[in-house]
Write a protein that binds this ligand. Structure first.
Ligand code: ZN
Ligand code: ZN
Length: 362
């Protein structure tokens, strides 16, 4: 068994845009809990938003797309053992309340609690060397197969959120779907929709991302700045029109455009509009008469963890190609800055708090 130090390094949020590398106590665990040494943690747009806005009271340790090695297991834990390589899941619903019976997991009171912490108010804790994992999030823990990397494990959470959103679209194979924005999330949509035999038309402002979208299965790509955008999309569907559109970039113009572009009874799904107060005009008859549904999807669905694990670990969805930048823990502020303002060649950014000894060759 590895020796657990008393203190560790962690990147602590001390206010808006104020992340500091500090020495903090290694979390103590209870008899039903786990201590996990963090190997990889993805930088997620929702963390960026929290860090930049300063809306949540500090101090906190963010980072929730976490994978690592179990360093210590409480005396009553039977399901997991020290040394196992695991992907963590920080929000797990009770599956028993009014919201959960409607499968509205993100609205469940237990779901809104964060079950993983590196100290302070639980906030994920992945930007630290160790995290404490509470028992109510155990149903979301997945063992990482020996041939897969920690980084692949850390991608399960974002993949899960995309699978949940795709399910809300209720598509049939062969349907045409526009995915606007081909960042890491948009590319996950493109690949997962393609794997489920939907025909994806991908759009983005950056040509390198469109090349990537093709490699991820898009049948057509359209440059976001295309003056004939609507016509190009329509042509890409063989004049059949769109069954759905997924908006992965927080541009309000794309919502209006998608509302005009989808066929009657089509769906427009918002995935990136997380800022409160954003408003846009919508022709309400397009909803009432044309039955175009404007819907959203937020966060994950723990019941989809097995299928997220299947797609990622089988590498049918090869997330390794999305990970372009890795930063050591002390450079977390630079990792967050890059993810907030992606460059032409940057996609998913990872923070690597430690290199566990149980790491297989890859
Ligand atoms: Zn996330
Ligand atoms: Zn519930």
């Amino acid at each position: 068994m590895e020796k657990i130090p008393r203190t560790m390094r962690a990147v602590v949020y001390r206010g808006a845009n104020d992340l500091r590398l500090e020495t903090v106590p290694v979390p103590r665990i209870g008899p039903d809990e786990l201590l996990v040494r963090v190997a990889a943690c993805g930088v997620c747009p929702t963390d960026i938003k929290k860090i930049q806005s300063g809306a949540l009271p500090p101090p906190r340790i963010f980072g929730h797309e976490t994978a690592g090695v179990i360093a210590l297991a409480g005396g009553r834990v039977r399901k997991f053992r020290v040394g196992e390589r695991v992907a963590l899941h920080h929000h797990v619903p009770c599956q028993d309340c009014h919201a959960c019976r409607h499968r509205a997991f993100a609205q469940c009171a237990q779901y809104k609690r964060t079950g993983i912490t590196a100290g302070f108010e639980p906030a994920g804790g992945g930007y630290a060397e160790y995290v404490r994992v509470m028992p109510f999030v155990f149903p979301g823990i997945v063992r990482i197969p020996s041939r897969n990397t920690f980084e692949e494990g850390a991608m399960l959470e974002p993949v899960n959120t995309v699978l949940k959103a795709i399910n809300r679209l209720a598509l049939l194979p062969g349907d045409h779907v526009l995915v606007t924005g081909q960042g890491p999330i948009g590319l996950l949509f493109t690949r997962l929709l393609s794997l489920q035999r939907m025909k994806v038309i991908a759009s983005d402002l950056l040509p390198p991302r469109l090349r990537m979208a093709r490699q991820f299965g898009a049948v057509s790509v359209v440059l976001g700045a295309d003056e004939q955008f609507a016509r190009s999309v329509r042509r890409a569907t063989g004049k059949k029109g769109l069954d759905a559109a997924v908006i992965c970039a927080p541009a309000d113009a794309s919502v209006r455009q998608a509302q005009a572009l989808v066929n009657g009874a089509g769906r427009i799904l918002l995935f990136a509009h997380t800022h409160r107060g954003a408003a846009t005009s919508v022709d309400l008859a397009s909803i009432c008469v044309d039955e175009k549904d404007l819907i959203g999807s937020y966060s994950s669905d723990v019941t989809l963890q097995p299928s997220a694990a299947h797609w990622v670990f089988s590498r049918a969805l090869d997330v390794r190609r999305l990970i372009t930048h890795r930063f050591p823990l002390e450079q977390t502020p630079a990792a967050v800055a890059l993810a907030a303002r992606p460059s032409a060649d940057s996609l998913k950014v990872m923070v690597m708090p430690s290199v566990p000894t149980a790491c297989p060759k890859h």
